[in-house]
Design a protein around this ligand. Structure first.
Ligand code: 9WN
Length: 499
């Protein structure tokens, strides 16, 4: 029938266009997220990109992951950026001369032959390695792919589970917002407000050469990112003393899913995966015990430095959940670095954008130390297969409810609470919908038997990826493209959903 033919043509054309993006972003050993905005290799981008590119070239997908893992540090960390030496230093900030991995990271075992950042990103890699293997097990076996990546992935997880269990409760912590991957999420506003920003004149934001200022983090955010990263670097990238330490639901959910993938990889290599499965169960229990918030029906982030309540072992004081939050407000440090004309707490822009409700809509978590902001990160644990059914049901309700409204007012999940005070439909991780989180939610819905909802999300990802030229992120209401186009993981994950 003509209609079916039309669909087949549209699918074929989306496939071709996604493949063209991946081809254009391929550099010979890895794929850049975006030629202009992000001209190096990024850690979790490469994992998502390999998940898509395995459908075009399993060899290229294996290479993508192996290039990243070749830059692993001796302590097990997989750096969030592997720098391409042929890209000019001023093309991206912070550049290799900021991180100084080979010298500042010497004690932690940074590689000598390649320059990297010193922080990490979410551990999607073992999941990606398993899926890449499955795309062509014969090639994988012939190349010894799994046998080569397994010890590196195991060391990576060991680093996260041991060096990064800063709360002592069995979960991994992030020590910088860039590590969690959702850089300026309102979830970080309270812990970031305690950080004194680096002076704006001390760095130059290369991102503003390519991205619209209204769609990117603010200068004040950048000042804090720079301060945190410089302090971490100056401490030799040693973990433990971090001034920013947060347990994040998505980061830990991805660790659980990757630990399960590592169990499959171990079994494929003839070893037993049972210890890893047990660890994944323990991690799932810790995720629920430490980050689940019954009242908001989703997971929240735990601020390890902002809570000193004696009832929360290993976590300092409870923040008053009714407190409006210190972001740039009276509780935050007086930095003198506010952007010209900026009003504390206001959303920059022309005033015509939809914003969140003013007050009284924050979750009031009963659990001490939890940050009372609803970010999409708190829905991502849907991807964990061993999640208790009542929690799955609550997450599905929250996804459809007024704060995210997926399938009603939005087609893809917004990155942040539609009703939250800080909501901004265009500004990066403060509202726009992203394709990697939607891919994870699609996978989660399917994992838990929510087939119709998964199908609808899949359709939405494919439609919007195609109509926006594979945008980095989109306005969650209108689907308007934001950030870069020709974005690596958007193309890769659309491709994956076509298979
Ligand atoms: C900092 C590359 C990365 C993504 C992150 C996204 C953004 C970098 C930046 O781009 O972060 O790592 O310069 O803003 O937030 O998730 O991995 O695509």
């Amino acid at each position: 029938p003509p209609e079916a033919t039309g669909t087949a043509v549209a699918t074929a054309s989306l496939h071709v266009r996604a493949a063209e993006v991946l081809e254009a972003n391929w550099t010979g050993g890895s794929t850049v997220p975006s030629r202009n905005l992000y001209p190096h290799q990024w850690s979790w981008d490469s994992a998502f990109i390999a998940i898509g590119s395995r459908h075009l070239s399993p060899l290229r997908a294996q290479t993508e992951l192996e290039t990243l893992l070749a830059a692993q540090w001796a302590d097990g960390r997989v750096p969030h950026i592997v720098f391409n030496p042929s890209v000019p230093l001023d093309a991206y900030f912070p550049s290799p001369d900021f991180w100084r991995s080979a010298t500042a990271g010497r004690a932690a075992g940074a590689p000598r032959t390649v320059q990297t950042s010193g922080i990490v990103q979410p551990p999607v890699h073992a999941l990606a390695a398993w899926l890449v293997h499955r795309a062509d097990p014969g090639l994988s076996l012939a190349r010894g792919f799994l046998a080569r990546v397994y010890p590196r992935l195991a060391a990576w997880h060991r680093y996260l589970l041991h060096r990064r269990d800063l709360g002592g409760g069995g979960l991994a912590s992030v020590v910088h917002p860039w590590e969690q991957g959702m850089d300026n999420s309102p979830c970080w506003d309270a812990p970031l407000a305690r950080v004194t920003p680096a002076p704006a004149r001390s760095f130059r934001r290369a991102d503003l050469d390519h991205g619209a200022a209204d769609d990117r983090p603010t200068d004040l955010d950048y000042g804090r990112y720079v301060r945190l990263a410089a302090d971490y670097r100056d401490a030799g990238y040693a973990d433990g003393e971090a001034e920013f330490a947060v347990e994040d639901p998505a980061f830990n959910a991805l660790l659980i899913v990757s630990e399960l993938a590592l169990a499959r990889i171990a079994e494929e290599l003839g070893a037993t995966g049972s210890a890893r499965r047990t660890r994944a169960e323990r991690l799932t229990a810790a995720l629920v015990a430490r980050l689940w918030d019954e009242e908001s029906g989703m997971f929240l982030c735990r601020d390890l430095r902002g809570d000193t309540s004696p009832t929360a072992p290993g976590t300092p004081a409870r923040r008053d959940p009714c407190d409006p939050g210190p972001r740039d407000g009276p509780g935050g440090p007086d930095t003198g670095l506010r952007e010209p004309g900026a009003v504390p707490g206001a959303v920059p822009g022309d005033g015509t954008r939809r914003r969140g409700a003013a007050t009284g809509r924050r979750p009031r978590p009963a659990t001490p130390g939890l940050i009372p902001e609803r970010g999409v990160s708190g829905l991502v644990p849907l991807v964990v297969p061993g999640l208790p059914r009542d929690i799955v049901d609550a997450l599905v309700r929250t996804l459809r409810g007024p704060h995210f409204s997926v399938g009603d007012r939005t087609r893809l999940a917004p990155s942040y609470d539609l009703l939250g005070e800080a909501f901004d439909p265009h500004r990066y991780w403060r509202g726009p919908a992203w394709f990697n989180t939607s891919w994870l939610l699609e996978r989660g819905l399917r994992t838990h038997g929510e087939r119709e909802r998964a199908d609808a999300l899949r359709e939405a990802v494919l439609d919007l990826a195609g109509s926006t030229g594979f945008a980095e992120y989109v306005d969650p209401y209108t689907g308007e493209a934001c950030g870069a186009t020709g974005f690596g993981w958007t193309a890769a994950l659309a491709l994956d959903l076509l298979h």
